[in-house]
Design a protein around this ligand. Sequence first.
Ligand SMILES: [Zn+2]
Length: 506
Amino acid sequence: MKKLLLFIFIMTNIAAVAQPVKTPAEDNGYSKPSSYREIVQFIEDIDKFSELVSTEVIGRSVEGRNIYALKFSKSGIRPTQTKIKILIQAQQHGNEQSGKEGALLLAKELIKPQYSYLFDKIDLVLVPQVNPDGSELNVRRNSNKADLNRNHLIMTEPEVIALHALFDKYLFEVTMDVHEYYPYSEDWIKAGYRKNSDVLIGFNTNPQISASLRDYQKRLYMPFWSNYMSARGVSYGMYSPGGPTEDIYVRYSTFDINDGRQSYGIQNTLSFIQEGMNGEDSYVDNLLHRAYSQYNGMLALLEFVYGNCDEIKSIVESERRLLISPAANEKVALQMVHTSDGTTLKLPVYSYFSKSDSVIQIKNFRPVVKPTISTLKPLGYLIPKSDSVLMKWVSRVGFKTTKLNNTESYHLEQISLTAIDSIDFEGDIIPTPKISTNEAKGISVAEQYLFIPTAQLKGNMLVIALEPQSELGLGTYSQFGYLMKPQTIYPVIRVFEKKIKYSKNR
Ligand SMILES: [Zn+2]
């Protein structure tokens, strides 16, 4: 009898730590997406079952739900080590359910022995659900009605602050932000088509992000991804918003750095965005297919990084080294345009005319981002300590600050906003000032200002945020609109090395 009881005890214990074989959505036959409560249970089960996985709560949503990170590592993840570190995050937008479902599938698959080899070279952190509040209601925004994927520069939302705290802690070399695109808009249907790829991939496009990394994505990832996805029967393409009529040009996503992809990219990270195709009804329509397409895209990234681990790590390290060394005559692009390179785009579509897959030629295709206004990168900026809005932003973003000693050896440049104009930025009208500059005199640097050097990982982000003429800058957000008053002195001061004038007879 005792023996039997012991046997039953052992059996139930084994059952308690059995491998989670199904994600919550799989369990309900994809009749609805996985709920927050089910995800919590699923993550706990995986954590318990697998030696490979440990769980971290990286923050809480506005309504207090946990934001979970699943860490896959054989040795524990540290900022500097020989393994390459990857961050995959999904569902910043709560009505994009398939990213989350794909991420849960990925978690379930990766703990199987057949994927163990990946973690000889890779440490992975997977955040399957960034926006649990939005997800529960199947709405895009979080509970503060903020679009999280436009919040990575001003960082007012707890979900985004949590992501960047995670990034800063491990300094991932590779990141992927997983979304969905909606191809069923009225104007496209009216034109007789819809975009028709299961998954789209987007690269870094801001010209301030390392050219080597941008080139690497195009030259090496694109062919790998094409082969990988077609071998698995997943239709794929480049993420290219715009159209359908020729007056709305088609481009490779935005060059703004306020989204998941580019806010990591601007710190010289090999950073991607993946866009699965939304359902006509975003909630459950075709959810199984959508989840598997996203899953395949994520697995493609892991396989690619595994195969090119040393090379990627070495490019990222050397490009980051450039960011943390003081700038020498380096320019930062503040305003840019999308331009043509003479090529047309062959866009895979579904045709409502022929009721079949088709391809259309886009002539008004502008894949190149060209700077129109740039500025010389200063050594840093002085922020007035009296400006509590800016001071709080500096601490939220986590910029490194230092003391500026011997201020007489620097040229402190004050900026006057002489007038405020406006420009069109990717369809939005935003303010842009005319400026003049002069030497800042009679200020008490140590008492009144905080110095933020540009020689840091977030240095380019700093310039883009603070320069008044930056079309991606803080001044274009309503919270910081007070910075953009005409005929005022801009509160932030540029710091340059003093130019040493040599006499001719020297
Ligand atoms: Zn999205």
